[in-house]
Design a protein around this ligand. Structure first.
Ligand code: 6LW
Length: 503
């Protein structure tokens, strides 16, 4: 049997994995999005379904100061003695901290801060009961991986921080994980930066603080300089399956077009791991991750397909739905009207690092049909509501209903850096179906009015929403949103939302 990469498509970077018996759990980073750090569950390493989030309260995840691609950087998940631990960094908030739970669906505990700074924290639960904390920092001993011992009950540092490895010379030694395997401490890290030079390297020692001896065939994973649909592989985590086979999850990107651009974000890939006779790992096919690879020999467990339509009939939003920063109280509701998602626009807009009324999900496929029925009668110029194809405050395409000279209008607006282009059409009365069709290279917008009428609103390149253009660490979201220059706005009533992958 074979499987297809990525195993978790769309913006799901910096994966970390743990196993509890025959169950696998995986977390990814979320930056300025809320709730933070989705938790995925799998029985076979290939099929994943989201079961919740680690960070579901503003106390765990304050994002009011988060710039785009600030907030939550790479997490690590570990399972030890019946407890799950997730450790990460809020780079625009509390720095390094962990949360814990006995039920990975949540809720997770309050945050336990750890004073050692840096990014990409990880935990090693050693056989003697000690717990070591690693992070990547530019410290007084140099640039690389630092370690201290912590009290896992409190997060308190029990020792000072020591530099334990600087890597093999690539830029940005980061994403450390230490594993105890056959008496060795293996320290695996990412180097080269998270772009096209990304790679994974490893070293080992008989002692937790080293000296660490580098693997003679580093990097053990990289797709750099390859003719492949997959690039930037790295930031990996290893797992031993219950059958003794070894696997790695890592991030990678799938650029489209020339020049290369990836707009779906960094995604989660799976690759087999083999060991040399000298006890060094090789990830994937000679260090490469491929679109199709041989499956683990674990009993396959698939999850039900996600329904295309969300009718907003449940009392709570499903785990796909995401806010931009901590949502303002009262800016969204499922309770106000039965079976309707109501947004109340306020002064925060999509063009600043703020928290406008915004409920979105990741664009996780190159080709997809997205539609929403919106019932909205704007009362003032300067208020609008609709759908946005959103990368960050400087790069987004919006399909919205607004008001101009007393008339209701439909707007398709493309914001690309300092450039802004608007196409406006007059809009018939009544609820409208807003439609976005995503293709690998373009985003096409239209509006369905009544039974038959379709207004073509235009299209924009996915390239302008790609990370190669926008910078940052995230991927494209499709969101329902509402804003209002005056702060006053009519309720934007979304009756349903469709997301249909077409690949
Ligand atoms: C992640 C770090 C990185 O924490 O990007 O470029 C950060 N390197 O490993 C965000 O994904």
């Amino acid at each position: 049997m074979q499987y297809t990469n990525p195993v978790i498509p769309g913006f799901h970077p910096d994966p970390s994995i743990c196993r509890a018996g025959d169950d696998y759990y995986l977390v990814t980073s979320t930056f300025e999005y809320y709730p933070g750090v989705p938790v995925f569950h799998s029985k076979d390493l290939v099929h994943w379904r989201q079961i919740g989030h680690c960070l579901t309260t503003a106390g765990q995840l304050p994002l009011e100061n988060s710039w785009s691609s600030g907030g939550i950087f790479a997490p690590t998940i570990r399972y030890h003695n019946g407890w799950f631990y997730m450790v990460t960094t809020n780079v625009s908030g509390m720095g390094n901290f962990f949360v814990k739970t006995q039920n990975p669906e949540g809720p997770w505990s309050q945050p336990y801060p750890v004073v050692q700074d840096g990014i990409d924290p990880s935990l090693l639960f050693d056989d003697d009961g000690r717990v070591y904390f690693q992070s990547a920092r530019e410290g007084d001993q140099g640039n690389g991986i630092y370690q201290c011992e912590i009290d896992i009950e409190t997060g308190d540092m029990l020792t000072g921080s020591r530099l334990i490895w600087t890597g093999t010379g690539g830029a940005h030694p980061e994403a450390p994980h230490i594993y105890r395997i056959n008496g060795w401490y293996y320290l695996m890290i990412a180097e080269g930066g998270t772009e096209y030079g990304h790679m994974e390297t490893i070293a080992r020692s008989s002692q937790p603080y080293g000296p660490y001896e580098a693997c003679p065939h580093n990097p053990i994973l990289s797709n750099r300089s390859m003719k492949s649909s997959i690039h930037a592989t790295g930031h990996a985590d290893l797992i031993e399956a219950q059958d003794g086979s070894w696997w790695a999850v890592c991030l990678g990107i799938r650029p489209v077009s020339y020049p290369m651009g990836h707009h779906l974000g960094r995604e989660t890939f799976l690759a087999p791991v083999t060991w040399t006779s000298e006890g060094w790992p090789v990830i994937g096919n000679g260090g490469h991750v491929e679109p199709v690879m041989d499956s683990p020999e674990l009993p396959e467990v698939r999850w039900p397909e996600k329904p295309v339509r969300d009718n907003f009939d449940e009392p709570r939003l499903g785990p796909d739905w995401t806010f931009l920063r901590n949502p303002l109280e009262g800016s969204w509701s499922l309770q106000e009207r039965q079976g309707v998602l109501v947004l109340h626009g306020h002064q925060a807009t999509l063009n600043e690092t703020a928290a406008p009324a915004f409920v979105g999900r990741r664009l996780s496929h190159f080709t997809a049909r997205i539609a929403a029925e919106l019932d909205y009668e704007p009362q003032h110029e300067g208020e609008e509501a609709g759908l946005t194809v959103y990368k960050n405050e400087k790069h987004h395409y919006d399909l919205a209903i607004g008001l101009k000279a007393g008339r209701r209008i439909v707007i398709f607006r493309r914001t690309v850096g300092s450039l802004r282009v608007e196409h406006v059409e007059e809009c018939p009365a009544g609820p409208l179906e807003l439609r976005i069709h995503a293709y690998p290279g373009k985003i096409v917008a239209s509006v369905q009015t009544g039974e038959s009428g379709v207004i073509e609103m235009g299209w924009g390149e996915t390239h302008h929403l790609s990370t190669e253009i926008t910078g940052g660490f995230t991927g494209v979201f499709i969101a329902m949103y509402a804003t209002s220059e005056t702060g006053q706005s009519a309720p934007a009533m979304f009756q349903w939302f469709d997301y249909e992958p077409l690949e």
